[in-house]
Write a protein that binds this ligand. Structure first.
Ligand SMILES: [Ca+2]
Ligand SMILES: [Ca+2]
Length: 507
């Protein structure tokens, strides 16, 4: 171990001490007056989760597990990986409450195999058969089982399994024959880290689960509760994970252990603990001074400033870092949203495209459809507008046709009327002819009267000739009158013929 890494070890130990000093305060839990004490030796959390040399203070890890400053990747998303991390020491308290902040994520719709939390009398293996650790354990195992071995479509599943060191875990049935209790919860690929709280107090085991759908620390739901649970008196806490043919990343960010003490029972213990801690702190301070001296001796050229203040972030730095983290988280969320929006828009466009193609096929007749460019995308309302226009045009042309028909019938009537005009004129000439005839009748009557007067005169002059009646007419006179009448009739008929010929020539 070189001096630099020794410094970083001491640095992280100091950080842990600050954490202890700030959380050592025992705060009362009002229901049942439970005192809670944060247990740093059974916890890990970022930042400086792992030191520069990769070790996690108070923990041991192995197999394919990798620890970084921010998290422990208990099993990476590669095939057939197994890893575990165990506390170095056994618990010294009876009841406890553990919060685990973790993330199981993978690219597959289905992942494998899962993550396990352990409380056992002995540390398990780092590459065992049960989610990366040992089978036939003594104590409690809480399994986050991703893969559905029994094909009952009931995974991911969270379950508690007790073992006295004799039972072999029933992987084939996903432990359904052995579990104490459990709940069906999907813990894979959540927007925020998922969380679990395992509480063991007064022989009651409670497991709460936080689905990781929000960033709110309080959104826990009950997964299981079991009474009369008797766990071994002291044990090791551990986490393990495994992958198979399918593989998820199994990351744990926080493992926070709080011991639970009934009121009045913890008066002595915390003061002892505090004395011991302050003693340890003094020792580490001395060690740090020694290390600094050594470093100065070995590196006389190195920067003279070894101000311990530089090893810790100031309040401003911390604030800046937190702001930066929050902002990068927001950026990620916005990116994710934008990607989803793109997806939604893409789907909408595809759907619209399909609709317009359907509209062309069904609504527009072949003449219109043929004229359209096949690549052109027409929306549904445009197609409807087009159809309306076509209908309107058809209706208008129908109206135009009926108007033309009416016009044509009227024209026919006019033509017929015009054709009938000559008849009317003939009739008019008929009336004229009647006048002529009546005139002729008058003249004839005049002629008759004239003839009668002449006959009367003749009778009065020729009374001696022995012709006493008007009917006694002379032969010459009778012939003359007849000839005059005949000639008049002849002239009339000539006149009539000439008028008819004239009328026919006109039309
Ligand atoms: Ca399984
Ligand atoms: Ca199953």
């Amino acid at each position: 171990m070189d001096t630099g890494s020794a410094f970083s070890t001491i640095k992280s130990i100091l950080v842990v001490f600050f954490v202890i000093i700030s959380t050592q305060v025992t705060w009362g839990n009002s229901p049942g007056l439970v005192h809670r004490t944060f247990q740093y030796k059974y916890s890990f959390k970022p930042p400086y989760l792992a030191q520069k040399d990769g070790t996690v203070p108070f923990w041991e890890y192995g197999g394919n597990a990798i620890a970084s400053a921010e998290s422990v990747r208990i099993a990476p998303s590669l095939r057939s990986q197994k890893g575990a991390i165990w506390t170095k020491s056994k618990t010294s308290f009876d009841w406890w409450d553990i919060e685990i902040v973790f993330r199981v994520s993978g690219r597959g719709r289905v992942g494998a195999d899962g993550l396990a939390f352990w409380y056992t009398t002995e540390k398990g293996d780092y590459n065992g058969d049960v989610f990366g650790s040992s089978d036939r354990w003594s104590g409690l195992g809480i399994f986050f089982d991703s893969f559905d071995n029994d094909n009952k479509h009931n995974n991911p599943y969270i379950m508690a399994v007790l073992n006295d060191g004799t039972k072999k875990f029933d992987h084939q049935n996903d432990g359904t024959t052995q579990l104490l209790s459990g709940c069906l919860r999907d813990f894979r690929n959540k927007p925020f880290p998922t969380r679990a709280r395992v509480e063991y107090y007064n022989n009651i085991l409670t497991v709460l689960f936080h689905s990781g759908m929000t960033n709110n620390n309080e959104d826990y739901e009950m997964c299981l509760r079991a009474e009369n649970v008797h766990l071994p008196k002291n044990g090791y806490f551990g986490l393990s994970a495994a992958t198979g043919g399918l593989a998820d990343d199994h990351d744990v960010f926080h493992f926070l252990t709080t011991s639970l003490h009934p009121a009045g029972q913890d008066a002595q213990a915390p003061s002892d603990e505090a004395n011991r801690l302050s003693q340890e702190y003094q020792e580490y301070q001395k060690k740090l001074e020694q290390q600094k001296e050594e470093y100065r001796r070995e590196h006389p050229d190195a920067a003279p400033k070894d101000d311990p203040e530089d090893w810790f972030e100031s309040d401003n730095q911390r604030e800046l870092r937190q702001i930066w983290q929050a902002q990068s988280q927001m950026t990620d969320v916005i990116k994710d949203l934008s990607r989803k929006m793109d997806e939604v828009i893409g789907r909408q466009e595809r759907t619209l495209g399909l609709l317009s193609v359907g509209g062309q096929g069904a609504g527009v007749p072949s003449a219109g459809g043929g004229a359209m460019a096949p690549a052109a995308v027409i929306s549904r309302h445009e197609v409807e507008a087009l159809l309306q226009n076509v209908n309107y045009v058809a209706q208008t042309s129908k109206e135009v046709r009926s108007i033309i028909a009416e016009l044509s019938s009227r024209t026919d009537t006019i033509l017929q009327n015009q054709a009938r005009q000559p008849t009317a004129q003939v009739q008019a000439s008929g009336y004229e002819m009647q006048g002529v005839i009546s005139e002729m009748r008058d003249s004839m009557n005049n002629v008759k009267q004239g003839l009668a007067q002449i006959g009367h005169t003749l009778n009065t002059k020729d009374g001696a000739t022995g012709c006493p009646t008007p009917s006694c007419l002379g032969l010459t006179t009778f012939l003359v009158i007849t000839a005059v009448q005949l000639s008049l009739m002849f002239v009339y008929s000539l006149y009539r013929d000439s008028r008819e010929a004239k009328a026919k020539k006109f039309y």
